[in-house]
Structure formats: structure tokens, C-alpha cells
Design a protein around this ligand. Structure first.
Ligand code: TRP
Length: 440
């Protein structure tokens, strides 16, 4: 039975495939859309420093914890916790992850649809000959047209489902091996381009010069929430991806590579968005509409703006799609492993259900924001807290030490990580949660 399920579960073809897929999961709308606008709203440099601190002190430890659970058990979110501690209600953590998958992908798919619409708008050169008001109006026109959103939302979901239905190495990994290198190339070109614009000085200063007086406690908690979302943590997505790892893989190295990759892409996205925004004296604090309204105005006035816009939205669609695949995989893996559904059935049926759950977000952006709030303010912090407590306190020393298998002298690193996952991460995550409940 054991080997049977293992064989039919599939595996990454190697550690490159895994790391690319995990970076593909991490790098998404969170990096290119959310990170710049949140950084803009919270005032720049100081927020960036705090964000990096959150990645180091909480993000990487929790990421390693998730990979450990997955690789050790070779099971989906629910089965993984259950197989390690059957007698305690830890499987709840896995359930929460599956529920989060439904919730997050429902609205993530809607925003993914917007991105595809913007790829189309770029293709037909919709920004070039237009006035700033008209360009900004394109976003409003999309928002007030549910059918148009539903159409692109559906197209986006069909893409995501197709890759997940293809399996681990021949679907998800293949998609990442094509889209992630393309994303890195487009991003490098765009950074090189954006850094030639006159807004560069102001942008670099905005992103990298901390003005501590602008930092609020709310910004710190926001940074932590953003770190979880951006690194795909708190809903066992990395448990699920880790469960397709072979025995000979170095999880510590992978965790660092994933974290660095994710953070570098977020910063590079900032180095594309802000120089262009500042060049045209556009507001960095425009909020969620920053890249859909503000940037296209700039694209319309840039030299080679047609190609810049097309490259930007194509890159963003790849980022969104590879992340959506990981969200769907958490849900699908549960039904495949535990309910013995075929991968095809699980992918298409669950993808369909999640699409339907997302329809309200096509109709109302308030509802979309509400779902995002539930996920990032409650589901992910609670999930990450439970994962940290599970690995830090429910697992024993020798079980935790497996995270460092394959490393020559892991002792010091192990104790450092142990301390972070047992004390620092839970306290920080509890902080987000208490703050949401207005208790601190
Ligand atoms: N990390 C992705 C982003 O930055 C979104 C994402 C994918 C995600 N899988 C996840 C977020 C799992 C939380 C949990 O856009």
C-alpha cells in the first residue's frame, strides 16, 4: 500500500525541478503586484528592511519546517500531519491548508484573469494612443464588467488546471521549467530598461533608504503577513511540494535558494515599478491599482512602451500561473492521496469548484478584498503558527534534525533554526493574530 501510493504520487525529476517549482509557487502576484504597492503604502525603505528581517527570522524557518514535514511523510497536507502525530488533532492544520487553498485560489484566479486581460490589452496596443484618464478607465471598465472578468478568470483557471492535471514532473515541473526562466529573462530586461529612466534615483532612494520615523507597528505585522504570502507559507503548500522530493535532497540549501529567489524578485519588481512611476511623477502609494492603472499610463508614454507593457504583463501572468498551480496542487493532492481520486478528476473538478467559488469576486472587488483579508490576516498566520508549533514542540529533536540531513556539520545551524522555530516564529505569528483581533 505504502509503496503503491508513493509510486503513483509522482516526484520531481531532481532538485533543480523542485527548486524552480517552489520558486514558481513563491514568486507570484505577491511579489510583482502586492509587494510594490504595500511598500509604496508603508513608505518604502524601512518597510523593506523589516520585510527582509521577517523573511530571515520567520519565513526561512517556517519554510524549512514545511519542507521537512512534506519530505519526511511524502503525503498531502492532511495526511502528512496525521501520519506524524495520529493521536493529536494536528491534522486540523492540514485541513486548514486545504481550506486556504480553496479560499486563496478563488480570488487569486480573478486577479490572474485581470493579468491575462492586460496581456491582451498590451497586445492590441490599447495603452499607446490614449490619454491617462482613458488608460486608468480601462481598469474601471474591466471591474464593472463581470462577464469579461469571468471569461479571463476561466481562461486562467483552465491553464492552471491543465498543468496540475499533467502531474508533478510532466505538468507542474514542466510548466515551471518553461515559465520561470522566461520570467527571469523578462524581469532582467525590464530592470535594465527601468533603471535607464530618470526616476531611478528617486526609486532607489525610496526603496533602500529607511526612514524609520515612518514605520508603524502595523507596518511590521503587514510585513510579516506579506512574507508568509509571498513565500507561500502557512497553508502547507510547501509541505505538499516537499512531499514530492526524493530522499537525497538538501532542504536547507533549497530553503535558502527559494527565499533568496523570492525576495530578489520582489525587490527587482520594485526596481521596475518605482523608477517608471517616479519618472512620470505618479504616486507610489496608489494601492492595488498601482500596476493596473498607474503603470500603463507610464507605458503609454515610454519609448518602446508597447514592448515594455507586453513584457511586464506576460511576466506577471507567468508569475501568477505558476503560483496558482501550487495552490491547486494542495487541494488536489489531498483528494488524490486520501480520497483516491485520479489526478485528472481531482484537477478538473476541484479547479471547477474553485472557479465557481471565485465568481463572487468577479462581481465585487470588495468581496475579493474580503477573501484576501481572511486568508492573509487569519488563515495563513494561524496555519504558520500551527506549523511552527508542530515542528518546534510536537516533533522530537531527532525528528527535527532530519531537516539537516546531508549537511556536514549541522549542529550550530540546527540549534539556531530550532530556537527560531520554537520561540521567535510563534511569538511573531501570535503577534499578527492578536493584532487582527485588536488585542495588541
Ligand atoms: N506566493 C504566491 C505569491 O506571492 C501566492 C501563493 C502561492 C501562496 N501558493 C501559496 C500564498 C500558498 C500562500 C500560500 O503570489
Amino acid at each position: 500500500m505504502d509503496t503503491e501510493t508513493k509510486d503513483s504520487r509522482g516526484q520531481w525529476s531532481g532538485s533543480l525541478g523542485f527548486v524552480l517549482a517552489a520558486i514558481g509557487s513563491a514568486v507570484g502576484l505577491g511579489n510583482v503586484w502586492r509587494f510594490p504597492y504595500i511598500t509604496g503604502e508603508y513608505g518604502g525603505g524601512a518597510f523593506v528592511v523589516v520585510y527582509i528581517g521577517c523573511v530571515l527570522l520567520v519565513g526561512i524557518p517556517v519554510l524549512l519546517a514545511e519542507l521537512l514535514i512534506g519530505k519526511k511523510t511524502q503525503r498531502n497536507a492532511v495526511g502528512a500531519f496525521r501520519s506524524l502525530r495520529p493521536r493529536y488533532p494536528w491534522a486540523f492544520t492540514g485541513w486548514l491548508g486545504v481550506v486556504s487553498g480553496f479560499v486563496i485560489l478563488s480570488y487569486y484566479g480573478v486577479v490572474g484573469g485581470w493579468v491575462l486581460h492586460y496581456v491582451y490589452l498590451s497586445l492590441i496596443n490599447a495603452f499607446s494612443a490614449s490619454t491617462p484618464d482613458n488608460i486608468a478607465g480601462l481598469f474601471g471598465a474591466l471591474g464593472s464588467n463581470p462577464l469579461l472578468q469571468i471569461f479571463w478568470h476561466g481562461v486562467f483557471m483552465v491553464f492552471a488546471v491543465t498543468f496540475v492535471a499533467g502531474g508533478i514532473s510532466r505538468g507542474i515541473e514542466l510548466g515551471n521549467k518553461i515559465m520561470m526562466p522566461a520570467l527571469f529573462s523578462l524581469l532582467s530586461l525590464l530592470v535594465a530598461y527601468a533603471l535607464q529612466t530618470p526616476g531611478t534615483g528617486a526609486a532607489v532612494e525610496f526603496l533602500f533608504r529607511p526612514r524609520w520615523e515612518q514605520l508603524s507597528p502595523a507596518a511590521v505585522l503587514e510585513a510579516l503577513g506579506q512574507a508568509l504570502f509571498s513565500m507561500s507559507l502557512g497553508m502547507a503548500a510547501m509541505v505538499t511540494y516537499g512531499s514530492y522530493l526524493g530522499k537525497n535532497s538538501n532542504m536547507v540549501r533549497s530553503a535558502f535558494t527559494i527565499a533568496v529567489g523570492d525576495t530578489v524578485v520582489a525587490l527587482l519588481a520594485g526596481l521596475v515599478v518605482f523608477p517608471i512611476a517616479f519618472t512620470f511623477s505618479l504616486q507610489p502609494s496608489a494601492g492595488p491599482s498601482l500596476i493596473f492603472q498607474t503603470l500603463p499610463i507610464a507605458f503609454s508614454q515610454l519609448a518602446a512602451g508597447y514592448f515594455v507593457a507586453l513584457a511586464f504583463f506576460t511576466l506577471l501572468s507567468f508569475a501568477a500561473l505558476t503560483s496558482a498551480m501550487s495552490l491547486l496542487e494542495v487541494v488536489a493532492a489531498y483528494f488524490i492521496d486520501e480520497r483516491h481520486w485520479s489526478r485528472k478528476k481531482a484537477s478538473w473538478l476541484l479547479g471547477g469548484v474553485i472557479f465557481v467559488l471565485g465568481l463572487p469576486s468577479d462581481v465585487s472587488h470588495d468581496f475579493l478584498g474580503f477573501m484576501d483579508g481572511i486568508a492573509t490576516n487569519y488563515l495563513l498566520p494561524i496555519g504558520a503558527l500551527l506549523i511552527a508549533l508542530f515542528v518546534g514542540w510536537a516533533l522530537r529533536h531527532h525528528e527535527r534534525q532530519e531537516a539537516f540531513d546531508g549537511m556536514a556539520k549541522p549542529t550550530l545551524a540546527y540549534y539556531g533554526w530550532s530556537f527560531l522555530i520554537r520561540f521567535v516564529s510563534p511569538v511573531a505569528l501570535l503577534g499578527i493574530f492578536l493584532h487582527q483581533l485588536r488585542l495588541i
